[in-house]
Write a protein that binds this ligand. Structure first.
Ligand SMILES: Cc1cc2nc3c(=O)[nH]c(=O)nc-3n(C[C@H](O)[C@H](O)[C@H](O)COP(=O)(O)OP(=O)(O)OC[C@H]3O[C@@H](n4cnc5c(N)ncnc54)[C@H](O)[C@@H]3O)c2cc1C
Length: 456
């Protein structure tokens, strides 16, 4: 029995690992010279840094949550789970540009004061954090708490929720501009790569209910300590037995036949785990008659602004930023191999970055260096030894109203042919967790097909 997996991003890797573990022969085909897909690292030559002439750079900062159980399971299998620093409790600093005291949202942990049995369950565990959130007035905090509880009643799978935007819903629930900027935007823009006004209500509800209103530890934040290339791609290349890099699949003829390098290749089943534009061009019409609609998922960009300062400027591993073009900042020093060098490598992530995706580096520099100095006082005296920008034009699909209706299920109409990818109907946003879940679902259906069962 053999299965061909097309695409070596996290979805394809997860599917291939699961099938290999089940004793099935897997051939993984990846067009690029490496696995990892949208999560990868590269070397950048530098000349202004002490003791090094190159820097390990990720294509974009990636963040996980404790709620990413499938993704964490994949890292365990690849042997790289230790390469992520996961908070032992949700704790987020929020910086502002005008020297206001730093704000903080932190999950309350009950120690001896309260026995474990009466520690607050989700969503009530968040109320103490919200009650102390200094960027909102007491009245705004009350309204935000009421809206959070109302969000708990939105069904993410309700087709009506897919037709509405979060912005519209927030209007109806008394969330003014300040509450949007200082609370909702912080989480939703980062999680959905979409502005609140443009975000699907259904997906927003999914994220908020899972991360913030669900298990009390679900929102604990994890940040890679290893470069993404080591965490995913290289680890998978070692783990999987049959990986074909630089091998673009040209066509999928049926559930059992591919065309690779001009030659037919037969398998007992096929999983197509490529982005939606590539998938629409690969799978036969008979498999997915609605493949022409997938283009409606479109794309949303992410831009990362990277600065290596000649001294430390950021306390702690990361912080969110409001009232600034800078949305989040991360300390990348150790992951880039610069620990102990005296410099600090800070990356600033801009989600839903339509405004910046085509902006020349010099203009981004003119905007971001002063913006960073506004929120990081130590950066005002520091020099920028390196400054560069990474851009991902197709970072995720556009997770707006109507997107859930366009996402296909894993099973297709052709027996033995399955879809995977963070853009398919996982119920999750376009994230590493969504990608891994899609791969596991496709692998499960594939096994059932090989055992002679139904494909759905
Ligand atoms: C800058 C950036 C920041 C992000 N931040 C986060 C974050 O903080 N947290 C989070 O959870 N997610 C984040 N994401 C999203 C996350 O990276 C993706 O959801 C996930 O990696 C998608 O995985 P995938 O396997 O579905 O697709 P991909 O990673 O796109 O993999 C598809 C693979 O298919 C290959 N391929 C395409 N066509 C062919 C062909 N014909 N033959 C063979 N191979 C082919 C491609 O080369 C690619 O390797 C971010 C994404 C980006 C770009």
């Amino acid at each position: 029995m053999s299965v061909a997996v097309v695409g070596g991003g996290l979805a394809g890797i997860a599917a291939a690992v699961a099938l290999q573990e089940a004793g099935i022969d897997v051939e993984l085909y990846e067009a690029r010279p490496r696995l990892g897909g949208a999560t990868h690292s590269f070397q950048r030559a530098v000349d202004g840094l002490p003791g090094t002439s190159s820097l390990t750079v990720d294509n974009g900062q990636h963040v996980m949550l404790r709620a990413f159980t499938a993704y964490r399971g994949l890292l365990e299998r690849l042997g790289t789970a230790g390469g992520v620093d996961l908070q032992d409790r949700f704790d987020l600093r929020i910086l502002t540009p005008d020297d206001r005291p730093e704000a903080r949202l932190r999950r309350t942990v009950f120690t001896r004061a309260l026995p474990r049995s009466i520690a607050l369950p989700g969503p009530l565990h968040l109320l103490p954090a919200l009650a102390r959130y200094s960027l909102l007035t007491p009245a705004e905090r009350l309204r935000a708490a009421a809206a959070s509880l109302a969000m708990g009643r939105v069904d993410p799978d309700d087709p009506l929720a897919d037709t509405r935007s979060l912005g519209d819903w927030l209007d109806r629930h008394g969330q003014d501009d300040r509450s949007r900027r200082y609370l909702w935007e912080l989480f939703v823009t980062a999680a959905l790569n979409c502005r609140v006004e443009e975000a699907s209500l259904g997906l927003s509800a999914m994220v908020i209910k899972t991360a913030l209103l669900g298990r009390s530890d679900a929102a604990d934040i994890g940040v890679p300590r290893l470069p993404l290339g080591e965490l995913h791609g290289r680890a998978a290349e070692k783990h999987l037995r049959r990986v074909h890099l630089k091998t673009k699949v040209e066509a999928v003829v049926s559930g059992t036949r591919l065309v690779v390098d001009g030659f037919p290749v037969d398998a007992d089943a096929v999983i197509v785990a490529v982005p939606h534009p590539a998938a629409a061009g690969l799978v036969p019409r008979a498999a997915c008659p609605d493949r022409g609609r997938w283009g409606g998922l479109a794309a949303s960009p992410i831009v990362d602004v990277h600065v290596v300062y000649d001294r430390p400027v950021l306390d702690g591993p990361f912080a969110a930023v409001v009232d600034s073009p800078v949305q989040w900042v991360f300390d990348r020093t150790a992951a880039a191999g610069l620990a102990g060098s005296g410099v600090q490598y800070v990356s600033s992530v801009v989600s839903a970055a339509g405004e910046w995706i085509d902006t020349p580096v010099a203009r981004i520099r003119d905007a971001f260096l002063p913006a960073l100095a506004e929120v990081l006082p130590a950066a005002r005296r520091a020099g920028a030894a390196e400054f560069f920008v990474t851009r991902e034009r197709h970072a995720t699909f556009r997770q707006g109203p109507g997107s859930a209706a366009l996402r296909p299920a894993a099973a297709t109409r052709l027996p033995g042919l399955f879809l995977a990818g963070a853009w398919t109907a996982t119920g999750w946003p376009d994230t590493m967790e969504g990608a891994v879940r899609s791969g596991l679902t496709a692998a499960r259906l594939c096994r059932r097909h090989l055992q002679g069962g139904h494909d759905r």
